[in-house]
Write a protein that binds this ligand. Structure first.
Ligand SMILES: Nc1ncnc2c1ncn2[C@@H]1O[C@H](COP(=O)(O)OP(=O)(O)OP(=O)(O)O)[C@@H](O)[C@H]1O
Ligand SMILES: [Mg+2]
Length: 483
């Protein structure tokens, strides 16, 4: 039913809600962001480095020329040679130098400089000092970096020349352009590749979850034995699969218990009905005396009583299982309740040669409980104790106040329960020795009823037994907090 509305949902919005989509989106956004950050910062560093090395080159060159001018002010040839050597050696990078006297008239110029560069702009834009370089665009569109510096000719401060220097930086500009082109190519590839890869990784990662879901979907009451094989799963999902398997174990166990329970009910209902039917058939097979009919009716009545008791017990257990079963709580004296039970069973206990003792303790123990239910629980325990204790034994009924709870303990010196059967005695229809108990009329519901009555009161029932030496059942009922 709940999956119905999703059919109407557009496929796109359904995809957007899948875990794989969200993971893939997160991966790719993160990946793209990282690539962007890395490439952009590399670009910035590269550009700054190129600028810096060009600037250093220009400054170096200016310093060399300044030194020549200062050391040999009139050796024009040395200067020309230096300029020509520098420019002639370069094939791919144009390099221009101009030397001006203090009136601004050019003394020396690299040939062809005026064709490439707007010399007036060079004069206007370059500032004095080797460390200040500026960018210029030549006549043919080539990018240049230029700088200028004052140079003292000789040691006398009388003559002050100016050196202007410009270098073609189209290689660097081209390098940066290629870098940008690569940057966009990488970003484009990443933005296609990352989502695809991310989606694949996410799908791969959550495949075990889908397998778990598929197993869960395929399990019905007929294949409750199926389990998820978690080999090779990552540990988180292996633990999820383990939890799921444990849940299946529990479901399987309760399922088995329920089906055993129904089989037991059917069996226990069938026996008395079978007996009634058999006796009626035998009685009707020929004419009978009045006494014989009376006997049959009496035995039929006995079976009918057994049957109605059994049905009553089953109804009680079914009702007690509903969470909001109401308790008619009243304050009772537990000691008095135990005495009443003892009085009720007194006769049958003394017939069996068992002494029945109600240990009322020093102070009266009072508690707010449903009197009728508590009476039923204690009666069930005492009848069990008497049934499993032989002549000469003792059955003790005791109550103690523990402050936050009261404790009712019914102990006997009887046959005890074998340890392997002890954990199951509170189960419905469980009897340690079914053959013997059937003759004594037990159905195996007594302790189950005791337990549900205790649970209804918010308490716990515990059993301890030493096989061959006796059994003791303790009911711990919490005292209601009075406001
Ligand atoms: N005090 C006891 N000493 C020895 N065995 C006991 C004692 N109390 C219970 N048992 C064992 O536990 C089984 C379950 O007890 P329970 O009271 O639930 O069923 P029952 O007495 O057989 O039947 P019912 O009480 O429904 O008539 C009993 O069949 C008996 O074997
Ligand atoms: Mg019983």
């Amino acid at each position: 039913m709940s999956s119905k509305p999703s059919h109407k949902e557009p496929a796109e919005s359904r995809l957007r809600r899948t875990l794989a989509f969200r993971l893939a989106a997160a991966y790719s956004l993160l990946g793209l962001l990282l690539v962007l950050l890395a490439t952009a910062s590399l670009y910035i560093v590269l550009r700054a480095e190129l600028d810096r090395s060009t600037g250093l080159f220009l400054a170096d060159k200016l310093n060399v020329l300044r030194t020549i001018l200062r050391e040999r002010p009139d050796d024009r040839d040395a200067l020309r040679e230096e300029i020509q050597l520098e420019t002639a050696a370069r094939h791919y990078q144009q390099f221009y130098i101009r030397l001006l006297d203090d009136r601004g008239a050019p003394i020396l110029t690299t040939p062809g400089m005026a064709n490439q560069l707007d010399v007036a702009e060079l004069v206007r834009r370059t500032r004095n000092g080797p460390e200040h370089s500026v960018s210029l665009t030549g006549f043919l569109g080539r990018p240049f970096r230029a700088a200028s510096a004052t140079a003292w000719a000789g040691s006398s401060p009388a003559r002050r020349d100016t050196i202007q220097i410009a270098i073609d930086i189209s290689q660097e500009v081209e390098l940066l352009r290629r870098y940008r082109r690569w940057f966009w190519a990488i970003m484009l590839t990443s933005s296609v590749l990352f989502p695809l890869l991310g989606y694949w990784i996410a799908r791969h990662g959550i495949r075990p979850v889908e397998q778990i879901a598929a197993t869960a979907r395929s399990i019905t009451s007929t294949n409750l034995r199926e389990r998820i094989r978690a080999e090779g799963y990552p540990s988180e999902l292996a633990s999820l699969a383990g939890t799921f398997n444990e849940m299946l174990d529990r479901i399987e166990e309760s399922f088995e218990r329920i089906s055993r329970f129904s089989a037991d009910i059917a069996h226990d209902l069938r026996t008395p009905v079978h007996n009634i039917r058999g006796e009626a058939e035998v009685a009707l097979s020929r004419a009978r005396t009045v006494d014989e009919y009376r006997e049959v009716i009496e035995s039929t009545l006995e079976e009918a009583v057994r049957l109605s008791e059994l049905i009553g017990d089953l109804l009680f257990l079914a009702r007690a299982e509903r969470p909001l079963t109401e308790l008619r709580r009243e304050r009772i004296d537990v000691g008095k309740l135990l005495s009443a039970v003892r009085d009720y069973y007194e006769a049958s206990a003394s017939d069996a040669g068992i002494s029945l003792v109600a240990d009322e303790g020093a102070a009266p123990v009072t508690v707010e409980v449903d009197r009728a239910l508590m009476l039923r629980a204690v009666s069930n325990l005492v009848s069990n104790a008497i049934a499993h204790t032989s002549a000469g034994g003792t059955v003790t009924l005791a109550a103690r106040d523990e402050g936050s709870a009261i404790r009712i303990e019914i102990s006997d010196t009887g046959a005890g329960i074998p340890p392997e059967a002890l954990p199951r005695v509170f189960d419905r229809f469980f009897r340690v020795d079914p053959s013997r108990s059937t003759t004594s009329g037990g159905t195996g519901l007594g302790l189950a009823i005791v337990q549900s009555i205790t649970t209804l009161h918010g308490g716990q029932a515990e059993i301890a037994s030493q096989f061959g030496h006796g059994t003791s059942v303790t009911l711990r009922i919490p005292v209601l907090a009075t406001s």
